[in-house]
Design a binder for this molecule. Structure first.
Ligand SMILES: Nc1ncnc2c1ncn2[C@@H]1O[C@H](COP(=O)(O)OP(=O)(O)OP(=O)(O)O)[C@@H](O)[C@H]1O
Length: 294
């Protein structure tokens, strides 16, 4: 059982494929009702984590507990039967899900520009994504797992479907976990971040809290020694100028010009960094089990 208010509790989670570990010793908690971005480079283990959260892949180590009863999962390959028509997919959704919301599913499909008589195999990648999202939202899930949901959608469809998804999540209190490489897009929609790198959790927690724990500083490279009191996550020199991401809540005095990073800067610098210690905010830590003696 997860703690009350926790949607996902991941403890020491690992997944080993034949070639080695895809995920290793991952631990974090995701509070219910949050919109969580899962980011990381290719091969970091994002899809593996989502498939385990969906219950479709068994962990090789550790545990993943989820509170949700109704889970919807949109995998990266969308996994819809090509011979089915869109109407068949909706009918299956209705038959298999007691809480099925036909109006919601139809709303997602409405501006897709294809008839429900169309076969899945005849649809474009973006159109298939729309059908997958219609099926997922029609289930009225408590937990919605989306693997790169916007990757093959055109900009208008992204805007429309992301808006719909967020409105629905806000109304229903749905917890959403979505992987993506488009950080700028995630910044507008997500309030929780899990950054994976090399199969491990590098950052996890509330986005605003994580941003507030970091500073971007710009200054003369020959003053680098004065940054010694701070944890330097990543640094870049261009000519005589040094730009660095610091993990610090303390003010950084001149000659450094310090600003708060945005989500893209925070993620990019951590991906460049390789070797910064992992950081989890308090609410992203899995509650320790306290044994009551007796
Ligand atoms: N079915 C599988 N069999 C063997 N290895 C796998 C399998 N699925 C994933 N892997 C490996 O596990 C690692 C993590 O893959 P995963 O697909 O989870 O990464 P990802 O972060 O989603 O990547 P991307 O951003 O490219 O989608 C990779 O090294 C990949 O090669």
């Amino acid at each position: 059982m997860t703690e009350p208010g926790t949607a996902l509790a991941v403890t020491g989670l690992g997944k080993r494929y034949r070639r080695g570990w895809a995920l290793r010793e991952c631990s974090f908690a995701l509070p219910a009702g949050r919109i969580c971005a899962v980011v990381g480079p290719n091969g970091a283990g994002k899809s593996t984590l989502l498939a385990m959260a969906a219950g479709l892949l068994a962990p090789s180590a550790g545990t993943l507990e989820r509170a949700a009863e109704r889970v919807a999962y949109v995998p990266q390959d969308r996994s819809l039967y090509p011979r089915f028509t869109v109407a068949d997919v909706l009918r299956l959704g209705r038959e298999l899900n007691p809480a099925w919301d036909q109006a919601k599913a139809e709303q997602v499909l409405a501006s897709g520009g294809f008839p429900t008589s169309a076969r899945i195999g005849s649809l474009s990648g973006g159109q298939r994504t729309r059908v997958s999202l219609a099926l997922a939202l029609g289930k009225r899930p408590d937990l919605l797992l989306l693997d790169e949901p916007m990757a093959d959608l055109d900009p208008l469809a992204r805007h429309e479907l992301m808006g719909l998804l967020l409105a629905e999540a806000g109304e229903q209190g749905t917890t959403v976990v979505m992987s993506s490489h488009v950080i700028a897009e995630l910044a507008e929609s997500c309030d929780f971040l899990v950054l994976l790198s090399g199969g491990r959790v590098q950052l996890a927690g509330d986005v605003e809290e994580l941003l507030a724990l970091h500073r971007i500083v710009v200054g003369p490279a020959d003053a680098a020694g004065t940054l010694a009191d701070h944890l330097v996550v990543a640094r870049r020199e261009s000519g005589r100028q040094l730009t660095a991401l610091l993990r610090t809540g303390a003010p950084v005095p001149p000659p450094w010009q310090a600003t708060a990073p945005n989500l893209e800067e925070l993620v990019l610098e951590h991906l460049r960094a390789q070797g910064a210690p992992p950081l989890l905010t308090d609410e992203a830590r899995v509650a320790e089990l306290v044994e009551v003696g007796g």
